[in-house]
Design a protein around this ligand. Structure first.
Ligand code: GLN
Length: 478
């Protein structure tokens, strides 16, 4: 079976009779089975996916298929799919089955996507390496001694190792973009409010967004187009109409692009990642774009602001997992109070507990003003500064991550070094802007890495079109 990198290639092979959709699903299932050691999937929905393949194939042949026909997709284990298990890779949701489907799931199914299974992630999406899952770490397919990134590590590896064509993940501080970059893929964190969060297990509600991980800009645009738009179930989902993003990808417009020099000079940035970013900047200039270096004096505040605010929101969001209503309940409890305490102590992993405690401190009466209120103010300052920057410039360009994928265990013992893995991705979640990662390079150690592009609120159409231009320009230059 050839390796498909876009839905359009699959669709045209089905239409011309060269490919049966069932065979493709079977191929993906074999890939999943043969690469079990990567630990990317927690569960496959094999029978269902195969049955659906036959139905969708018929609709394709009769010309009645939806926009996503031929696309086989995995779901991060924090997106609800009615009648299927969902656990946020936590022991505390053991045995829990979704009572309804996320809006994104309903929308992709309506357009004939096939969901092949649910993928492993950091527990409650808290992490940058997928080592915090209650079900063991996910391994990077390009080098199994390295992490795939996180928290959507299973999503990224499922696409990287050809176990499906695309995946839906969630991004609160980089969880789509960072693993996509570590696995040589495309990833999009849409504008906050562009996609409904209904049916996404919340980590930090004012930061979380669902988005795609794919092998092409085209598929990223197509999935956004299908998922975006207002939703009566989520008041934070914008009523701004979604655009036909996949039809708006071809542009030869010349843009003004900014990069933050301090990012490239920051401590800990890999020399090759920096050099490649500078090469891309030169390629863009040669192609007629204007690229300027700008000051952005808030870099040191990004990660602290992110952790103050997200842990506060997490401590509130995760209060509902008490052992009473859902999933795991301790067998050692003797009364209600000890049932809460023991179910939570036994059900949550160490990183989740650390964040609940931190968030509880941030929101406590004595510290609320010093941390939470202050954090909100800094968030506003960062958002205003980002908006100002994107008023004068069309896009902000920066590496997705300071380094390619690190070794398993390398940062696990030091939470702060793990938190700093997100230094370039958290800005888009603090400010709400859309951001993509595109696979621009391969390190001499064999690992891929990405370039990040950030755009104005709700201007995904031009952001994706520009991402395509950058990839085309790179292809012509090399
Ligand atoms: N790595 C970041 C964290 O641990 C981001 C996670 C995410 O985007 N869900 O919070």
């Amino acid at each position: 079976m050839r390796t498909y990198t876009s839905q359009s290639a699959i669709l045209s092979d089905i239409q011309s009779g060269q490919l049966k959709l069932r065979d493709l699903v079977q191929h993906y299932l074999r890939q999943i089975e043969g690469n079990k050691h990567l630990n990317a999937f927690l569960e496959t929905f094999s029978e269902e996916a195969l049955a659906r393949a036959a139905e969708v194939e018929q609709r394709i042949q009769s010309g009645k298929a939806g926009k996503l026909a031929g696309m086989v997709i995995s779901l991060k284990d924090n997106i609800c799919y009615k009648g299927h298990k969902v656990s946020a890779s936590s022991k505390i949701l053991a045995g829990f089955e979704s009572l309804y489907s996320a809006t994104v799931v309903e929308r992709i199914l309506e357009e004939d996507a096939i969901i092949i299974g649910r993928t492993n992630c950091d527990e409650f999406a808290m992490g940058a390496s997928t080592e915090n899952s209650a079900f063991g770490p996910v391994l990077n397919y390009a080098d199994t001694t390295r992490v795939p990134g996180g928290s959507s590590g299973g999503c990224a590896v499922s696409v990287q190792a050809d176990m499906c064509l695309a995946s839906l993940g969630s991004d609160t501080g980089g969880s789509i973009r960072q693993p996509a970059a570590f696995c040589g893929l495309y990833g999009l964190k849409p504008t906050y409010g562009r996609i409904s969060r209904w049916g996404l297990i919340a980590y930090a509600s004012s930061f979380d967004q669902i988005g795609p991980v794919t092998k092409s800009v085209e598929d990223m645009a197509l999935l956004l187009e299908v998922m975006a738009g207002a939703d009566g179930h989520d008041a934070t989902a914008s009523s701004k109409p979604a655009e036909a993003y996949s039809k708006l990808l071809n542009s030869d417009k010349k843009y003004k692009i900014a990069y933050i020099k301090d990012c490239l000079d920051s401590e800990g940035i890999d020399a090759e990642v920096k050099a490649q970013t500078l090469v891309t900047i030169e390629q863009l200039k040669a192609a007629g774009h204007e690229v300027v270096s700008v000051e952005f004096p808030y870099l040191d505040y990004m990660v602290p602001t992110y952790y103050v605010l997200t842990t506060a929101e997490a401590s509130s969001n995760l209060a509902r997992f008490s052992g009473l209503h859902y999933g795991y309940r301790s067998a050692n409890a003797t009364d209600m109070e000890s049932s809460f305490r023991k179910s939570r102590s036994e059900g949550f992993g160490p990183e989740v507990k650390r964040r609940i405690m931190l968030g509880t401190l941030v929101l406590s009466a004595e510290h609320y003003d010093a941390y939470y209120t202050k954090g909100l103010k800094v968030r506003r300052v960062i958002r205003n500064a980002t908006d100002a920057l994107l008023k004068d410039n069309d896009f902000l360009l920066l590496p997705t991550t300071p380094t390619p994928a690190f070794k398993l265990g390398e940062k696990a013992a030091n939470p702060v070094s793990m938190y700093l893995a997100d230094i370039f991705t958290v800005q888009a979640n603090i400010s709400g802007n859309p951001a993509v990662t595109i696979p621009v390079g391969k390190h001499s150690n064999g690992m891929p890495y990405g370039l990040q592009l950030m755009g104005r609120h709700f201007e995904e159409a031009s952001l994706l079109a520009f991402a395509k231009q950058v990839m085309n320009e790179q292809a012509t230059a090399t």
